[in-house]
Write a protein that binds this ligand. Structure first.
Ligand code: ADP
Ligand code: MG
Length: 696
């Protein structure tokens, strides 16, 4: 697959070759990401105007666009400069006025000569009981009436580009658009009654009837499916590349795992057991594992992780676990160290803080195989970090990891199995879009004995009351988090808010009771603050969202979140998940700045009513849309132009199984359908996929 197929050249040619597109328009189009003829094709009309000819304006709902044939009557030029130029016209049942401003009389007399018949089309409205049409978009002789499209597409516009320019340019692209061989499975096409690709493009750009513009029209649905299919083929290629890459057979003996099981004060849940078994099953295969472990906060992913890591060690190799932040890496170290010790396994941490001699010593021990399990931040994947025999790489809490990064990681540990853990419950549709290349284990069961969390909404006006309750709780030996919002995308403001709250609470509750942790603190101060809270020395921890993911202090039973309305739902759910981890009942106070707007209220109420991460994520998706939910740019989730991940989830599922089947039957895309699929990948600019095929 050395280069773009020739058949697509016209769609990737200079956009200025299109009719009506000069240098100026080309420049303007760039504002809406239209750079090539191809981009215009995928810029679909978002609605349409019905311009079917009617007998009379009196038939139409006004104000609205009407198209009627009229007999042109008298012209009444404006009495003063800038006034209205009025032309009376008569249709089959009523007379009305066609109105112009700043128009030259001789021009108007030419296009609308008195006594002639004309078809006019434009927006009409009632003015003092008389219909008037200001600046009709079309004025043509009756025998030219078919110049007026019955259904006119309405395109998203940008400065300096009119609907007419768009229509003309798109028409010109369609003239250059080739028929392409079908890449969709034939039975799928028949079952869904979809048109061929080019036909679909014509239908969406030149709809013949208003319903054709709906997202569920066969043509639009087909084009949406094309997007899903191209994306899923990319994921399937990534998947098969990882699988084809030789993996390492890591047979678990169970010896170390058994030791840890003995040391555990609890039994793993069924969901944990299932995930542990699935991972062991993957690791023993000669192909690489590429698995996602999805589990709500507190579902116990860490235990699954350590079991998998021990499996790698049992097989005589090493394992690495990467956490997104230093705090979490340290917490893993502390949580896992005792378990590792009980199994006689050497566990170390490597982070950006390790410098010079210390770092070098760790790297040498790692290269000699004397460190069995390494935890750390992204520092563990730096170039000079070499393992003696890396079998398993785990990425914790990295819901922002895209396909690209996963591929890069795959390259790093040659043949090492990969497990990605995420605490963000992802609606099924998004999971397919984002993790369609992976196998998935879900921890859908919480460890037993958890108390439900009582969630309440409290206005900031009741701050004094909240602090009063907190004082009582502190006197009873309880522990609380107090989260301050990121007021702006600025670390400074962030820090100032937290610092101010810290000082205020310290003044209220007493010196030494309150701790502070935020993103701008020097690392060792951060550690010290976390450690003091974990040890119960401080009882209230004022924090910014650095505590969002993963922090585990079971004795903490109160979570106060200030300005909860500015946080995302998923984030609030994560934060709340920091409490309710022990056997004591927990409370979460969502403080908001009154008045809450409607959507703000709805969002916070969802949290009050549900603790189920999936329910919350689905609501979040409905309220915000897919892009927002994960942050499209960081997520590796593509931006679909036609398709809607939210409402067309079932199509995504079809595309996934179809793409996997296609790659299974024709791994190098050589069959007729495979070749058509290559054209699709080029058309959809799936660079990653294209690169994968080129090497494969
Ligand atoms: P998360 O999935 O959010 O990473 P953790 O792995 O941090 O969850 O586990 C949360 C808490 O639940 C920890 O204190 C852990 O020791 C405890 N835990 C994990 N599994 C079980 C279990 N099967 N029974 C009881 N407690 C468990
Ligand atoms: Mg965790």
């Amino acid at each position: 697959m050395s280069g773009r197929p020739e058949i697509l050249f016209p769609l990737f040619a200079d956009i200025k070759k299109l009719e009506g597109v000069g240098p100026k328009t080309a420049q303007n189009l760039e504002q809406i990401d239209v750079r090539k003829p191809r981009d215009l094709l995928f810029l679909l009309p978002y609605s349409c105007i019905d311009r079917a000819v009617r007998l009379s304006v009196s038939e139409a709902e006004l104000p609205g666009v009407v198209t009627v044939q009229v007999l042109v009557g008298t012209h009444r030029p404006p009495r003063n400069r800038g006034g209205a130029y009025r032309i009376s016209v008569q249709d089959t049942s009523t007379s009305f006025q066609v109105v112009f401003f700043h128009a030259r009389g001789d021009y108007l007399k030419k296009i609308l000569p008195e006594g002639s018949r004309r078809v006019v089309s434009g927006k009409a409205e009632l003015f003092d009981g008389v219909a008037q049409m200001v600046h009709p978009e079309y004025v043509v002789a009756p025998d030219e009436a078919d110049e007026i499209p019955e259904v006119e597409p309405v395109y998203p516009l940008t400065h300096g580009v009119t609907q007419k320019t768009m229509v003309k340019a798109v028409r010109s692209v369609l003239e250059r658009t080739p028929d392409l061989a079908e890449w969709i499975d034939r039975s799928q096409m028949q079952q869904a009654k979809w048109p061929a690709w080019r036909e679909a493009m014509e239908m969406v750009h030149f709809p013949q009837s208003v319903p054709e513009v709906s997202p569920n029209s066969p043509a639009r649905e087909r084009l949406a499916y094309d997007e899903f299919l191209a994306h899923q083929i990319t994921l399937a290629l990534a998947r098969s590349q990882l699988q084809r890459a030789k993996g390492i057979v890591s047979e678990h003996t169970g010896v170390l795992q058994a030791k840890v099981r003995d040391a555990l004060p609890f039994a793993p849940t069924n969901a944990q057991e299932k995930a542990i078994a699935a991972i062991a099953g993957d690791m023993v295969l000669p192909t690489r594992m590429n698995r996602l472990l999805q589990g709500d906060v507190g579902s116990g992913k860490t235990l699954v992780a350590i079991m998998a890591l021990l499996g790698a060690v049992e097989a005589g190799g090493q394992g690495v676990m990467m956490a997104p932040t230093e705090i979490l890496a340290r917490q893993h170290l502390e949580g896992l160290q005792p378990l590792a010790e009980s199994a006689g396994v050497v566990l170390e941490i490597l982070s950006g803080r390790d410098k010079g001699k210390v770092r070098r010593a760790k790297l040498e021990a790692l290269a000699r195989g004397e460190i069995h399990i390494l935890v750390g931040t992204h520092a563990v994947f730096q170039d000079d970090v070499n393992f003696a025999d890396l079998r398993l790489a785990i990425i914790d809490e990295q819901h922002r990891f895209g396909v690209r990064q996963r591929l890069e990681l795959g390259k790093k540990g040659e043949g090492a199995d990969v497990l990605v853990m995420t605490a963000t419950p992802i609606p099924r549709s998004l999971a397919l879009a984002q993790y369609g290349d992976m196998d998935v284990s879900i921890l859908d069961e919480k460890p037993p004995g958890r108390q439900p969390i009582t969630t309440a909404l409290v206005s900031t006006a009741r701050m004094a009351e909240v602090v009063g309750h907190l004082r009582k709780a502190v006197a009873e030996g309880k522990q609380a988090y107090w989260v301050c919002p990121l007021v702006e995308e600025s670390e400074r403001v962030d820090y100032t808010a937290a610092d101010a709250r810290f000082k205020a609470l310290r003044a209220e509750l007493g010196e030494g009771v309150v701790g502070l942790v935020h993103g701008q603190m020097p690392p060792d101060e951060k550690d010290a603050a976390m450690a003091a809270f974990q040890a119960g020395q401080t009882q209230v921890l004022v924090a910014t969202t650095v505590i969002e993911v993963g922090v585990n202090v079971p004795n903490a039973t109160i979570m106060v979140i200030e300005r909860a309305e500015v946080f995302g739902l998923a984030q609030l759910h994560q934060l709340r998940g920091r409490v309710g981890r022990g056997t004591e009942a927990s409370t979460c106070l969502l403080m908001y700045q009154a008045p809450l707007n409607e959507s703000g209220e709805k969002r916070l109420k969802v949290l009050r009513e549900s603790e189920d991460g999936f329910v919350i994520a689905e609501t979040d998706l409905q309220m915000r849309g897919a892009g927002d939910l994960i942050g499209t740019a960081q997520s590796g989730l593509p931006r679909f132009r036609v398709a809607d991940v939210e409402t067309q989830a079932s199509l995504m599922a079809v595309a996934q199984s179809d793409a996997r089947k296609l790659l299974h039957d024709d791994p190098t895309l050589q069959s007729a359908r495979g070749k058509a699929a290559r054209v699709l990948l080029w058309l959809m600019e799936q660079d990653q996929a294209i690169r994968l095929i080129s090497v494969g």
